[in-house]
Design a protein around this ligand. Structure first.
Ligand code: ATP
Ligand code: ZN
Length: 210
């Protein structure tokens, strides 16, 4: 039977928990940080270590059969993949935040204001649904410093504890989406026996944690 490939984050917030989950499934592999692919010695599976942003497309295009990635990344890239299992880690929320001394008190006050984000697609959809017209400033990182620099009136960014917002003089203002790590697969692959076996192992690891 064809060896499966699962894509996980190479380094970052989801790496450690993704590796731990796969190891807890009884999969034996070397967690070499330097290599892109690690073969599993006791299951027909290879692990691909990638930037999280590339994972949804790799799965959609069939380069990987499965992937572990945050829902926020899937929604932003707007790819078509199957959600196979929520994984219970990497929990965070995408929030609009404003500076502590901002005079914005209502969602409608964002009309005509600028919002800096690395999530322009999700934010654009949220604003449209709420009939708000703001200028979306798409920047590639360090979004939380934008209001202080006068680059934007508000930001839309991932928040878990809120510590980063606080240390930049910002406060959460509106929830855009909540997210956690999920296992994704390709449409039409549902009957693959190896994929079913892996999903079952993952589910029993998650059940044991409850
Ligand atoms: P990469 O180098 O793979 O592109 P990255 O810098 O884009 O990594 P990380 O910061 O490692 O991404 O975050 C990976 C995922 O972890 C996020 O997409 C999100 O789903 C989740 N996450 C959980 N808590 C947070 C948080 N406080 N801030 C950002 N992401 C979080
Ligand atoms: Zn990324």
């Amino acid at each position: 039977m064809k060896t499966l490939k699962i894509a996980i984050q190479k380094s970052g917030r989801l790496n450690e928990k993704s590796v731990e989950l796969l190891k807890n499934c009884g999969l034996n592999f070397e967690n070499y940080k330097s290599s892109l692919i690690s073969p599993v010695s006791n299951f027909p599976l290879e692990i691909l270590f990638l930037r999280d942003d590339d994972i949804p497309e790799y799965v959609q295009d069939g380069i990987a059969d499965l992937g572990i990635v945050g829902e926020n990344v899937i929604q932003e890239t707007e790819v078509k993949v199957n959600y196979l299992q929520r994984l219970g880690f990497g929990k965070c929320s995408l929030k609009i935040a404003i500076s502590n001394n901002s005079d914005i008190t209502d969602l409608q006050h964002l009309n005509g204001k600028s919002i800096a984000t690395t999530y322009p697609a999700i934010l654009g959809k949220f604003l449209k649904e709420n009939k708000i017209q703001s200028e979306i400033r798409n920047i590639s990182g360090s979004v939380e410093i934008a209001p202080g620099l006068g680059l934007a009136d508000a930001i839309c960014d991932l928040v878990s504890t809120g510590g980063t917002l606080k240390s930049n003089g910002l406060k959460p203002f509106a929830d855009v989406m909540s997210s956690e790590a999920v296992l994704i697969g390709r449409n039409g692959d549902e009957d693959n026996i190896l994929i079913q076996e892996l999903i079952q192992r993952i589910q029993s690891v998650l059940r044991a944690k409850e």
